[in-house]
Write a protein that binds this ligand. Structure first.
Ligand SMILES: C[S@@+](CC[C@H](N)C(=O)[O-])C[C@H]1O[C@@H](n2cnc3c(N)ncnc32)[C@H](O)[C@@H]1O
Length: 211
């Protein structure tokens, strides 16, 4: 899918549907919060939510006093929905960009992605994502990526996705990322259907270390 079509698709979703009318909606991102905590998130650290959309993850991180919070999404309409809920949206770094063409100007301790990476079906886009992840994450930083599992849906928001288990995700991320843990998760959509996800946590290894 071309980058312009991708942006138009998501802008249309977020300007025509309420935040709880989309399949991926969740009131409280309990699993993401637990995985961030298990990955070592401390209050003084920085975390970026990739394809964060209108997710409530930023609300909880902001309310808990997390020091560095960034949310990246290609839809500014999605980010506007999230901003409008927050008491102090100004201390969040809001980034309107396609992740595959983003140039990070700093590095983060943690990278979180729930259901964004799996939309990248072209190998060139997947490689661009891995390049950006490698640039944006500190050495020793953790990346938590949640995607539809091999027995999950074949589409999300009407778009085809690539489904992953930990091994296939590891193969795309490459040797600089070490798999720390992976777990299956069943998300229940607002209309009661169940979607199988796989959430995997990786550590970014320093480039010069033997593996
Ligand atoms: C299924 S939604 C998940 C939203 C959010 N992570 C959550 O869990 O509620 C996918 C999100 O990824 C964003 N997205 C899709 N492709 C993207 C890309 N190439 N770059 C940045 N964001 C993207 C969409 O705009 C959308 O907000």
């Amino acid at each position: 899918m071309a980058a312009t079509d991708r942006k138009a698709h998501w802008q249309n979703v977020y300007t025509t549907k309420a935040e709880n009318e989309v399949s991926w909606y969740e009131d409280t991102p309990d699993l993401s919060l637990r995985l961030l905590s298990e990955a070592g998130l401390m209050p003084e650290m920085s975390v970026i939510d990739i394809g964060g959309g209108a997710s409530h993850l930023v609300d909880t991180l902001e309310a808990s006093g997390q020091a560095g919070i960034a949310v990246l999404d290609l839809s500014d309409a999605a980010l506007d929905t999230a901003k409008a809920r927050l008491a102090d949206a100004s201390r969040i770094e809001w980034i309107v960009s396609d992740v595959t063409t983003w140039t990070p100007d700093r590095q983060y301790d943690l990278w979180h992605d729930r259901a964004a990476f799996h939309f990248l079906t072209a190998e060139a886009d997947q490689q661009a994502y891995v390049r950006v992840l490698t640039e944006a994450l500190k050495d020793g930083g953790r990346a938590i990526i949640g995607a539809f599992a091999p027995d999950g849906p074949e589409k999300c928001s009407g778009l085809p996705v690539v489904r992953y288990d930990a091994e296939s995700l590891q193969a795309v991320l490459g040797e600089q990322f070490k798999l720390l843990k992976s777990e299956r998760y069943q998300h229940t959509t607002p209309w009661g259907s169940v979607q199988n996800f796989q959430f995997s946590t990786f550590e970014k290894l320093p480039e010069h270390l033997p593996r």
